[in-house]
Design a protein around this ligand. Structure first.
Ligand code: PEP
Length: 247
């Protein structure tokens, strides 16, 4: 039985003081059936980690593939671990698209993070032009396997299927289509990595909100959600967590 995983990606939003206001609301919550994660900006990680209850994971939105050195603007795995951050999102479509991170860079980052005992949420998903040609399955398969190149153990990985055309657009993938892709991803993992496919969590992301979270979360192969916009509002994010709790 895979526990539902409710993850919020704040992207480049919220100052540290805004994050602490959010943490106060989250700290009143009790949850038993779900795991919860929040990914704030780098500068907010340490204070959020210290001020939000320990059951809530606090994740980085990115990490360097290098150890240390002359990489201006980058943050290393050691720096994250030093402030008790143990999770990281890698391969978000905004990193791939705006910051030109290709599958080679992504797989190096995944390898580095796993090697340094961080848990990884690896994002994959097709752009609109691929969806319009009905080629999303082969696109996601290639992106997934390339992003995992050289990685043998998926024990500390969660996959997030995020169709790019549904991110921040208000357009959600139907729960049936999201389920179909998540089930295909599980089959690809089964074929290439075996038994871990039954345990690995596969999330859906793309315009998830309180009004559609329950139907998405109730699908068999969708083990959680990665939420952007709706995770910025504590009441909305709490509603989404409650949807997971109620299943
Ligand atoms: C995301 O950033 O991963 C995301 C899914 O954003 P949104 O929920 O705003 O579509």
């Amino acid at each position: 039985m895979r526990k539902k995983y409710i993850c919020g990606n704040w992207k480049m939003n919220k100052t540290s003081s805004e994050a602490l206001e959010f943490a106060k609301k989250m700290n009143n919550l009790e949850f038993r059936n779900v795991d919860v994660l929040i990914a704030p900006s780098f500068v907010t990680l340490e204070s959020l980690r210290k001020n939000v209850k320990s059951e809530i994971k606090v994740a980085a939105q990115n990490v360097s593939e290098f150890d240390n050195g002359a990489y201006t603007g980058e943050v290393s795995t050691n720096m994250l671990k030093d402030i008790q951050v143990e999770d990281v999102i890698i391969g978000h479509s905004e990193r791939r698209g705006i910051f030109s991170e290709d599958d080679n860079i992504i797989s190096s980052k995944v390898k580095k993070a796993l090697g340094d005992e961080l848990s990884v949420i690896l994002c994959v998903g097709e752009p609109l032009e691929v969806k319009e040609k009905n080629e999303e399955l082969s696109f996601v398969k290639e992106e997934l396997l390339n992003s995992l190149k050289g990685i043998e153990n998926l024990g500390n990985i969660t996959i997030a299927y995020e169709p790019i055309w549904a991110i921040g657009t208000g357009k959600t993938c139907s729960q049936e289509d999201a389920e179909k892709m998540c089930s295909e991803i599980r089959k690809i993992i089964d074929k290439n990595y075996g038994e871990i496919s039954k345990k690995i969590r596969i999330l859906y992301g793309g315009s998830v909100k309180p009004s559609n979270a329950k139907e998405i979360l109730s699908m068999e192969n969708i083990d959680g959600v990665l939420v952007g916009g709706a995770s910025l509002n504590a009441d909305d994010f709490i509603e989404i967590i409650k949807c997971g709790e109620s299943l």
